[in-house]
Design a protein around this ligand. Structure first.
Ligand SMILES: *[C@@H]1O[C@H](CO)[C@@H](O)[C@H](O)[C@H]1NC(C)=O
Ligand SMILES: *[C@@H]1O[C@H](CO)[C@@H](O)[C@H](O)[C@H]1NC(C)=O
Ligand SMILES: *[C@@H]1O[C@H](CO)[C@@H](O)[C@H](O)[C@H]1NC(C)=O
Ligand SMILES: *[C@@H]1O[C@H](CO)[C@@H](O)[C@H](O)[C@H]1NC(C)=O
Length: 423
């Protein structure tokens, strides 16, 4: 008997009690937080030998970096999925006390949030009669002040130290050295000088190619599947350095742990004050989801595809509350494929659904301490980088300042964005 079959059935919870004792902990939903990536977008840039560079205005009428029509449809679909999942939880109509939507201050995430809401709320849906149509408000913060969804890594000395440690590690340097010839050839193919910021520029080339491929454009002959795969591996190395070991939890305190902490704080506040708020929605980037996955210990080398959605569901515990664990559980779902059911993710060290107490305890090292985000540097004298090949000499310094993003995804090829870049 499938779980979704119980939804809306008047005797649902009773049947669960009688027939599925292992499901006792999955009580009624009390609060939801979802974080999603924007939909399909245009590439962020071009490169000198790009065969399609003259056609930017026709290929991408909204401009580089903007959401495409396909991206709008992906978000509409995600909104409809959320409506069906929460049909019994959310009111049919939007109520401002019940749902709060926040987006980063980028056209593509703002537009994604709006398209998503058009799928979630009937009054905002396309095709609605003019007399009854109503848009839903989306809140944002200027990019430079957004502490929640765009992490202050550029201005954070401690994060730069941690990144430096990762990029100076022997394995990282060895991998980079192994790609030296590849990067030299890439410069020749693209007509782009990679000196200064090789990984950043390499990533931009990959982004352009993937976006073009996703939209059925022919790629230049040098851009073979092997070359794309190598570009993706270079990106994965970069992502791993940003959200993975060494000191992944400490990096998370400065990035994804901030958002994780905010989500837990959002729920606590609702409980403490007895607020009617049921759902918070965060419209953001692949870098946001990657950082959150890093904070949860769930980054596994896959980059979130367009409209990928990570959800936190807080439920009332139906059995006896166990002492320190409280009476609430947290379960995580990840929807990275619109054709199937979302995946249920398990926080490492806690069976799903996880009690809120245990969830808090396990994620504490990845969340910033109560005193604030620990961005100050350690004042240790910086150890000079050992031997770095000339082409890559800027890599470490540059990585610390900008960079990040991407990877290849399976849902459909899609574009990625840089972690700290302004575009
Ligand atoms: C790449 O190398 C070939 C052969 O050395 C040269 O003819 C060509 O101009 C180079 N292309 C670019 C864009 O630098
Ligand atoms: C959620 O938490 C963040 C960080 O504490 C806060 O800025 C935001 O206002 C909260 N949102 C709601 C809807 O309570
Ligand atoms: C959990 O229990 C406390 C105290 O018994 C109660 O105030 C709170 O509302 C409960 N929370 C939920 C989600 O049931
Ligand atoms: C979805 O995410 C899971 C877990 O990271 C991964 O194994 C799977 O390949 C992803 N699927 C798609 C379509 O991206």
């Amino acid at each position: 008997m499938a779980r979704p079959g119980f939804r809306g059935h008047p005797a649902g919870p009773l049947l669960l009690l009688l027939l599925l004792p292992q499901a006792l902990t999955e009580g009624p939903l009390v609060f939801v937080a979802v974080v999603f990536r924007h939909g399909d977008r245009a590439p962020l840039a071009s490169y000198p030998t790009d065969p399609h560079k003259e056609d930017v205005a026709t290929l991408w009428p909204r401009g580089l970096g903007q959401l495409t029509g396909e991206g709008v449809r992906q978000q509409l679909e995600l909104g409809r999925f959320l409506r069906s999942r929460y049909a019994m939880f959310l009111s049919p109509q939007y109520h401002r006390e019940e749902v709060y939507i926040r987006s980063t201050d980028f056209d593509r995430t703002l537009e994604s949030a709006q398209a998503n809401l058009a799928g979630l709320f009937p009054e905002a849906s396309p095709g609605r009669s003019e007399a009854t149509w109503r848009p839903i408000p989306v809140h944002t913060e200027p990019v430079t002040e957004d502490k929640l969804l765009r992490f202050p890594t550029r201005s954070c000395p401690r994060y730069r130290e941690l990144l430096k440690e990762a990029t100076e590690a022997a394995e990282y340097q060895a991998a980079l050295e192994g790609w030296k010839d590849f990067l030299t050839r890439l410069e020749n193919f693209t007509g782009l000088s990679l000196v200064g910021e090789p990984l950043r520029k390499t990533w931009k080339v990959l982004d352009t190619l993937i976006c073009q491929q996703a939209h059925g454009l022919p790629l230049p002959s040098w851009a073979s599947p092997d070359v794309l795969q190598t570009l993706a591996q270079i990106s994965a190395l970069d992502i791993g350095a940003h959200v993975g070991p060494p000191r992944a939890a400490e990096k998370a305190q400065l990035t994804g742990g901030i958002l994780l902490d905010a989500i837990l704080a959002n729920f606590s506040r609702v409980q403490r004050l007895g607020l009617p708020l049921k759902m918070v929605m965060y419209s953001a980037h692949d870098s946001t989801l990657l950082a959150l996955q890093g904070a949860l210990g769930l980054y596994d080398g896959h980059t979130p595809p367009y409209a990928a959605c990570l959800g936190f569901e807080f439920r009332r515990h139906l059995g006896d509350p166990d002492e320190d664990a409280g009476n609430v559980t947290v379960s995580l779902f990840y929807r990275n494929d619109s054709t199937g059911l979302p995946l249920t993710l398990k926080l490492p060290g806690c069976p799903a659904p996880c009690s809120l107490g245990r969830f808090r305890q396990l994620t504490a090292p990845a969340r910033p301490p109560a005193q604030g985000i620990p961005c100050h540097g350690s004042h240790e004298p910086a150890t000079p980088a050992a031997t770095v090949v000339p082409l890559l000499s800027g890599a470490v310094a540059v990585l610390a300042v900008l960079s990040m993003g991407l990877g290849l995804m399976a849902w459909r090829p899609s574009c990625l964005r840089a972690w700290g870049g302004p575009v």
